[in-house]
Design a binder for this molecule. Structure first.
Ligand SMILES: Cc1cc2nc3c(=O)[nH]c(=O)nc-3n(C[C@H](O)[C@H](O)[C@H](O)COP(=O)(O)OP(=O)(O)OC[C@H]3O[C@@H](n4cnc5c(N)ncnc54)[C@H](O)[C@@H]3O)c2cc1C
Length: 476
């Protein structure tokens, strides 16, 4: 993975740039000590790192606008950052850029149960949005596994999903409006506290734009009444591809569980050492959750069990209590952390048509043997959103490169079978150079022309998303 050469003039002007930013923000909101900026050198794609010029932590939309106006005038690139949990390197800085972190923008601004929305500052964490409304029987549906840490800002930028998005949709389906600041410091409002807005769907454009078009400072989110009840069932299989075929059959039958999650043996073994989730011994495990009234739950589970039985499962086990259900989800949500205890890993994020799951899972296991790198699969199977976790050793020369090559083959396969490069983690730097696998030069040109409109000088999060050769002329 390559990054462009940093602008030496900007680096040489660091003292002046930092002094100007300090004039705009309260004490302690500008960090330039290399020891303190260390934690901002990477996001969750920790294989790649770079120290930023400085970090700014504004606490209001007005402060964000002042920072962006100044950086625009000084021609200093800016990398927006939420909580830094991106698995695609979207929040990684360059040596000549300022990190603009929104962590201090964490307030709830308005809650309206009658019209079912909440307005929050964008640095608020995903889980604490649900936390703010749960005592009134509401929740915010998109639930990335990183929800304890990740911010709504990053969720909007990456159009994040989660286990329960099969039924409720991803961020874009639950986002009603944003306040955003452009690189020139202009504050714009898109959408509002109602469904859909007049004119072009600019909100839809901003959601998933990876910090390329503006810095989101506030968001209006749809909140939903909690279902009457929910129950997960665990279904174990002795073969990955068979589990994949079962998922495909459930979706084809028109049953809509709230979640269908897949874990294979390497993941199950890692989770078992990490938390006591009580999973059965199996090569592949599906966690399927349905919700509704008791009668609805029983009806849906009966259908799912009937379909699963056609695939000779090694075990079918319904949760019998709230505590058991909580444990089942604790295991699934801890899966990435559990794998991180074993070795370094790269988490891929391709999406495929659900019917292709058996083929793609089989091919991933062949590639694992060819490259000599272990792979664990844990993913949102109902959406066909694959997350192969390729294990490698960062201290072993050549291992990261081998891992990158294998990852590229898997993502190309996702495109070949009719899917796409990213489901929910975004392109960032991780998939930037694979964009030609999915788009031709004309497609990319049109996408870059959209960025030109919002950020004509390409100062916001440059060198991400678009292959470097395609964006070179624009980045100057
Ligand atoms: C253990 C683990 C599990 C995960 N599970 C999931 C999952 O289930 N589903 C899923 O979708 N993702 C998952 N992720 C990936 C990650 O958590 C999401 O992409 C998340 O939305 C990133 O949010 P963040 O606040 O950490 O953003 P960051 O990592 O800080 O930034 C992500 C991107 O958003 C941009 N950005 C940040 N703030 C702003 C802003 N204010 N305005 C404009 N752009 C901005 C950044 O420039 C960057 O491009 C997981 C990550 C980890 C580490």
């Amino acid at each position: 993975m390559q990054m462009p050469v940093a602008n030496a003039e900007i680096i040489a002007s660091k003292a002046g740039i930092v002094a100007r930013l300090r004039n705009l923000l309260p004490d302690g909101a500008v960090i330039d000590d290399p020891v303190e900026t260390k934690v901002y050198e990477c996001d969750a794609l920790s294989a790649y790192r770079c120290a930023p010029l400085a970090v700014v932590l504004p606490a209001s939309t007005a402060e964000v606008a002042a920072v962006l106006r100044a950086c625009h005038e000084m021609k200093v690139p800016v990398v927006p950052r939420g909580s830094g949990t991106s698995l695609a390197g979207g929040a990684m800085p360059t040596a000549d850029s300022i990190i603009l972190g929104v962590a201090r923008l964490d307030k709830v601004l308005e809650t309206d149960y009658e019209n079912r929305f909440i307005r929050v500052q964008s640095g608020r964490t995903n889980l604490s949005v649900s936390g703010a409304v749960e005592s009134n029987g509401f929740f915010y549906a998109p639930d990335p596994s990183s929800q304890l840490a990740c911010a709504i800002a990053g969720n909007i930028a990456m159009n994040s999903g989660g286990a329960h998005c099969l039924k409720y949709g991803v961020t874009t389906n639950n986002l009603l409006g944003v306040t955003m600041v452009t690189m020139a410091g202009e504050i714009v409002e898109l959408g509002g506290a109602y469904l859909d807005s007049g004119g072009y769907d600019l909100l839809g454009l901003v959601c998933g734009s990876e910090g390329q078009l503006g810095v989101v400072t506030e968001a209006t989110l749809r909140i939903l009444a909690k279902p009457e009840g929910a129950r997960p069932v665990l279904i174990g299989f002795d073969d990955n591809a068979v589990a994949g075929a079962c998922v495909s059959d459930i979706i084809q039958a028109g049953v809509l569980p709230v979640a269908i999650e897949f874990m294979d043996r390497p993941i199950l073994e890692a989770v078992a050492k990490f938390v006591d989730a009580g999973y059965p011994d199996a090569e592949a495990l599906l966690v399927i959750e349905v919700e509704g009234s008791e009668a609805e739950i029983n009806h849906q589970l009966a259908l799912i069990t009937k379909i699963a039985q056609r695939h000779n499962p090694v075990e079918i086990r319904e949760s019998r209590s709230a505590a058991e259900s909580a444990n089942i989800w604790k295991g699934r949500k801890a899966a990435f952390g559990a794998m991180g205890q074993i070795n370094d890993y790269m988490c891929l994020d391709g999406t495929i048509p659900v019917s292709q799951l058996p083929l793609v899972l089989r091919r991933i296991s062949e590639l694992s043997k060819e490259y000599g790198l272990d792979v664990g699969n844990v993913f949102h199977a109902g959406d066909g959103n694959m997350h192969p976790l390729i294990l490698y050793d960062a201290n072993k020369p050549g291992d990261l490169e081998k891992c990158e090559d294998m990852g590229a083959e898997i993502l190309k396969l996702c495109v070949e079978v009719g899917g796409c490069l990213t489901g929910e983690h975004g392109v960032g730097i991780e998939k930037r150079d694979l964009m030609y696998e999915q788009f031709n030069g004309d497609d990319l040109e049109i996408q870059m022309a959209v960025k030109d409109v919002f950020d004509p000088e390409w100062l916001l999060n440059p060198a991400k998303v678009f292959p470097l050769d395609a964006s070179e002329a624009r980045r100057g």
